[in-house]
Design a binder for this molecule. Structure first.
Ligand code: EPU
Length: 422
């Protein structure tokens, strides 16, 4: 399996261009199933999760082709049933996004409990309850190799549904299904992440009637048909935030281009509090090292709060700051276990409980051999490797490739000593 070998301790410099958002393109690929025409998706990132989603769509019967390096054409009219292949769907959590469109279109969908990064329990109860509210019947089978589900709902009807927990993909899945069923659906306590209004705007351009996406209440009046369309993937806010944190941690001057600064305000405001130089322009941000990097506590939160997906890289930054930073992970219960590796590198991080860690800084980090446990912790290890003295080896970088396109090539251009070896 491929690994990264990083020789740390270098300052980076230059400009980096942010790619299309993983967590937006995956939703548009799913929405393609609802359309009675093809969708052309521009600014598609070359990442493993996109490849896995394409495999799933093709296996269902969709015709997917690249028009150029970054432009995809997806024609899902050729899909003829809602039966997902278990082993393919298991490979990524985002397979759950397909169940809403497949159910709305075929009246039935079969799928396994989705896989993906191990960062907590990741239940799907909110999806199942949401579909029940729309009139579907759920059949679960926990006896085979995989836990599998079949949802039947030939005559779904719009309904009111309140999310007990705020769920990004739950909001998106129910919003997509409701766009193509009879009646009006009102979803309350919805997630407000930027990928959601962007998905709603796209569906509205295809003929849907969705109001309120981006707020906690979304109203969807179902329509009988949606036409094809063109979608330009928005910049990846998590990638942008990752580079901003990486720049601050390695004391580098970096310009991060092609971003929507408003999408990473929570991160930039934390960096400013720590003393990092942050210059914000219309579609870029320039990061300059802090004279003295001060500790800063964060609490992850749904958008526009501090994203859970940047919690691990931020912890690496906190190891370089003077003082104590409390990192409170409120979204997932299994997203702090990577700290063992940071402590082996020289960090002084104490786990207070499954949701909180205390980081004592500043500490010198030393290169180590470690395995990437999930996408975002994997990126945190890359940041730690760049900060550390000596050589770090990060094993199994597939999990990093799932969400970051050619991360080593882009870091090399900024002056980092990082190579991929297989
Ligand atoms: N939850 C439930 N029941 C459900 C669904 C979720 O209790 O049926 C809970 C989860 O256990 C978690 C909380 O709700 O505690 C929030 O989970 P959410 O459903 O919002 O997460 P998600 O939709 O599966 C998306 C992103 C994640 C990101 C989270 C939070 C996509 C494809 N994934 O996941 O991204 O961490 O929202 O912002 O949009 C990543 O990119 O690395 C990643 C994990």
């Amino acid at each position: 399996m491929a690994q990264f070998i990083i020789k740390g301790g270098r300052k980076l410099t230059g400009e980096v261009e942010i790619g299309g958002a993983k967590n937006s393109v995956l939703k548009i690929l799913s929405a393609a199933i609802l359309l009675s025409g093809r969708v052309v998706i521009k600014n598609v990132p070359a990442i493993e999760d996109v490849r896995r989603m394409i495999e799933l769509l093709e296996n269902l019967g969709a015709v997917v082709s690249y028009l150029d390096e970054k432009t995809l054409s997806v024609d899902a009219r050729t899909i003829s049933s809602g039966v997902m292949r278990d082993d393919l769907a298991k490979r990524l959590r985002s397979s759950i996004l397909l169940i809403g469109p497949l159910l709305a279109r075929f009246g039935s969908v079969s799928f396994p409990h989705p896989g993906g990064c191990i960062i907590g329990q990741r239940p799907i109860d909110l999806f199942l309850d949401g579909f029940r509210a729309l009139g579907a019947r759920i059949h679960a089978n926990f006896s085979g190799k995989y836990s599998t589900y079949r949802i039947d709902g030939k005559n779904l009807r719009g309904a009111n549904y309140f999310f007990r927990n705020i769920s990004v993909t739950g909001t998106e899945t129910l919003m997509m299904a409701s766009a193509l069923i009879r009646g009006t659906t009102i979803l309350r306590n919805c997630a407000t992440e930027p990928e959601i209004p962007v998905l709603a705007e796209f569906l509205n351009r295809c003929g849907a009637n969705i109001k309120g996406a981006g707020t906690h209440t979304i109203e969807i009046r179902g329509v009988s048909k949606l036409k094809g369309g063109v979608f330009n993937v928005i910049p990846d806010r998590i990638e942008a935030g990752s580079f901003a944190i990486l720049a601050a941690a390695t004391k580098s001057v970096l310009t991060i281009k092609n971003i929507i600064p408003e999408h990473i305000e929570s991160v930039l405001s934390a960096l400013i509090c720590m003393g990092v130089g942050v210059e914000i322009r219309k579609d870029l941000v320039r990061i300059r090292p802090a004279k003295i990097l001060r500790a800063h506590s964060i609490k992850t939160h749904e958008y526009p709060g501090f994203p859970t997906d940047l919690q691990a890289p931020f912890t690496v930054l906190a190891t370089q700051a003077d003082g104590q930073s409390l990192i409170h992970e409120t979204v997932y219960e299994g997203r702090l276990f990577y700290i063992e590796n940071l402590n082996r590198m020289g960090g002084k991080i104490i786990m207070c409980d499954p949701h909180r860690i205390l980081v004592h800084g500043a500490t010198k980090l030393y290169g180590r051999d470690m395995e990437s446990p999930d996408l975002r912790a994997g990126l945190a290890f890359v940041v730690a490797g760049l900060v550390a003295e000596g050589t770090s080896i990060i094993q199994d970088v597939y999990s990093i490739d799932r969400g970051y396109e050619n991360i080593e090539g882009r870091l090399q251009k900024l002056g980092a000593d990082i190579i991929r070896s297989s």
